[in-house]
Design a protein around this ligand. Structure first.
Ligand code: FES
Length: 274
């Protein structure tokens, strides 16, 4: 059974800004009812490029409703440029996290937003659907799978399914998913060997892995983690919340945090409590 945060439950039970907007300036659509999830996002944008209203209609699970609901709240009052920077991880974070298996709901929110903003700016629609369809069950393209693997630092076929739903139906596409994943992981690893990261790039990348992969797991148990610094191969962090005074904090640091970071930054890194 999946664990949902209080924020997810609240947005599911009392969704904000649900409904149609007849005079919308932009409408973003993603998914299809045949695939099990669909989201329509309506935006009202004033002459200064500020989103003054946002509404949504969705056919999906509780996480899809909660993701769309909180996304509309995030959007109202933002400029188009600010809205473009909202990621699926921002949506999930503001909900206090989503179960890994439900991350595709936050991705659906991000894609509906991209579609609406592209239409508002008059960008060609083909841009949104390019790429060969890999998963026929859910209409997921190769481009989308490669993008998610890179952007969300995906490491396993299960994560691809959690973020895109690809592979979650008949399973025929699983060999293709594994092949694409292996190609992208090889590129990621080659990139690591060929071009050493600058200190700033390394800090940003470590922070991204902490935020996207490690902190959500700790937050499920009331804990958290903050990056303090990176000194050569030493990664200095602060455990927070329930993790801080937990008798097992050292095990969490070494067995979970350090081992997870080693998958991305090599066996020789060391994680230290600052
Ligand atoms: S083709 Fe991907 S699950 Fe069926």
């Amino acid at each position: 059974m999946w664990e949902y945060t209080e924020t997810v439950k609240e947005h599911y039970k009392n969704p904000k800004n649900a409904g149609e907007m007849p005079d919308a300036d932009a409408i973003g659509e993603v998914g299809s009812i045949a695939c099990g999830d669909a989201l329509k996002l309506f935006l009202k944008i004033d002459k200064n490029g500020i989103i003054v209203d946002a509404k949504f209609q969705t056919f999906g699970c509780g996480s899809a409703v909660a993701s769309a609901s909180i996304l509309t709240e995030m959007l109202i009052g933002k400029t188009v440029e600010e809205a473009e920077k909202i990621s699926n991880q921002d949506i999930a974070d503001l909900l206090g996290g989503l179960p890994e298996q439900k991350m595709h709901c936050s991705v659906m929110g991000r894609e509906a937003l991209e579609d609406a903003l592209a239409k508002f700016k008059g960008e060609p629609k083909e841009k949104k659907v390019k790429g060969k369809i890999i998963c026929g069950c859910f209409g997921v393209t190769e481009d989308k799978i490669r993008e998610i693997i890179k952007k969300d630092l995906i490491n396993s076929p299960e994560e691809i399914t959690n973020y895109t739903k690809a592979g979650g139906g008949c399973g025929k596409c699983k060999d293709d998913l594994a092949k694409i994943l292996n190609e992208e992981l090889a590129k990621r690893n080659n990139g690591k060997k060929d071009k050493p990261l600058t200190r700033t790039q390394l800090i940003l990348k470590v922070n991204k892995v902490l935020e996207n992969k490690i902190a959500p797991e700790l937050r499920k148990d009331g804990g958290d983690i903050e990056l303090i610094d990176v000194e050569d191969k030493k990664i200095l962090v602060n455990l927070q919340g329930a993790c801080k005074n937990c008798p097992s904090s050292n095990l969490t640091l070494k067995n979970f945090v350090e081992n997870s970071l080693k998958e991305y930054f090599g066996e020789d890194i060391e994680v230290i409590e600052a």
